[in-house]
Each structure stands twice: as structure tokens, then as C-alpha cells.
Design a protein around this ligand. Sequence first.
Ligand code: PXP
Length: 248
Amino acid sequence: MAARLHVNIDHVATIRKARGTKYPDPVHAAALVELAGADGITIHLREDRRHIQDRDLRLLRETVGLTLNLEMAATQEMVRIAYEVKPDIVTLVPERREERTTEGGLDLNVHRETIQRTVDVLRDAEIRVSLFVDPDLDQIRTAHKIRGEQIELCTGFYCEARGAKQRAAEVSKVIDAAKTASRLGLVVAAGHGLNYQNTAAVAQIPEIEEFNIGHAIIARALLVGMERAVREMVEIIRASGGTAGSRA
Ligand code: PXP
């Protein structure tokens, strides 16, 4: 079975925010993503509310029939919101106000106590927790030690690599991290920076069960429509071989 595709629809809200209008509505976009055959909807509720709003999360919880993945920082405010709304998965990410988008994975060793506490609270609420980390074996081992069930490997370094040699080196870091995580019993997801040209190479890694892809899909949707943009990415992932996907 091919890996699952979760579509990050933050940028629909970015366009809405640009004009302070009610449209385009991420709730409408999610319905089209669902019809196009994706497996999940991902949104990032940021502390500064620069795109997705609290109302989007609540409405999406009510309307989305797919897996709903909430990306958030490990703060008290966000934990309270997740506890109330109960997304299917929370992906913990680092967050800095001045960044354009998430710039890399969590440092689980530096922030271990806070992350551990957050993982425990969310797991008690029966919310699956995914930890967004760089493809670094030390981070993977810490994710396992703090009872993470899932990791999302940051593919940003691979996507930014220039030239075949650097790209191959970055892919092999993702492969090693995915294999180590899988051996430790963690579900492996991946995402960040993936597009229609660079996804096939990582979609061949059998340990990766799930992809979170946003910018490239929403950008293509502007030109060809949401359904076609999502379908084309689903096809790339399916054609790449993929994973056992047994824990869907
Ligand atoms: N995964 C995580 C943890 C992210 O923060 C993001 C960006 O919000 C993505 C995946 C999707 O990245 P992109 O928009 O580059 O596809």
C-alpha cells in the first residue's frame, strides 16, 4: 500500500488573510481535498494566527471525514486547544515568530522536559502525537525515549540540496532516520518542501507511511484546481512504490 497523503491547507488561509475576507475558506478546500482522494488534512495553528484561525480548527474538526492533523507548538495555550478540539494527530513543531515557515525540526534534547510533558498530556487525551524532527539519529532515539508514537522527518534539507551529490547525501540521511525510527517501532511520516519534482525519491522509502505536503499542492491548485493538484500528488506517491502502511 502506498504512503498516505495529508494535505496542508494553511495557504488557503494565507490568501484569505491577505485581504481580511471570509474567502477562500479552508473548510471548503478541505472538502475538495477529501473528494480528490487524500488521506488527511493538516493545519498549523500558529501562535500569531497568521493564517489558520481557531474557528477553522473547530469547523474542520466537525466537517473533515479524513484524519485531522494539527501542527502546533508545545505551549500551554495550544495544548488546551488540542485538548478541547481533539484532532486525530497533533504534530509538535518548533515555532518562531520571525520565520516564514517552519525551518527545521524540534531539538528534543534541548526541550526534552516540555516536549515530554506535552506528549504525556496529549496521549492521556487519546490524541496521537507526532514529533517533527530533523533526520538525525540522536533525535529519533530521544523521540522513542519520550514515548513519541510517530515522528515526522523534516525533508527541508533534502529539498534545498543543490546538485546530485548533495541531494543523494540528504536522501540517505532520510533513509537512515526512517529505518532507525521504524526499528524502534515509531510510525514514520515526512514533509516540508516536497513538490511534484522531488517527492518521488522519498516516496520510495518503504518505512515512510505518511507525507505532509502543503505549499506545492496549494500553489498548483491555483492553476489547475484543487482536485487535480491533489490527484497528481497522490499518483506520484502511489507510483513510487511506497510502504506497507499497515498502521493506517
Ligand atoms: N510538515 C511540517 C511539520 C510543516 O511545518 C510544514 C509546513 O507547514 C509542512 C510539513 C508542509 O511543508 P510545505 O508547505 O513546504 O509542503
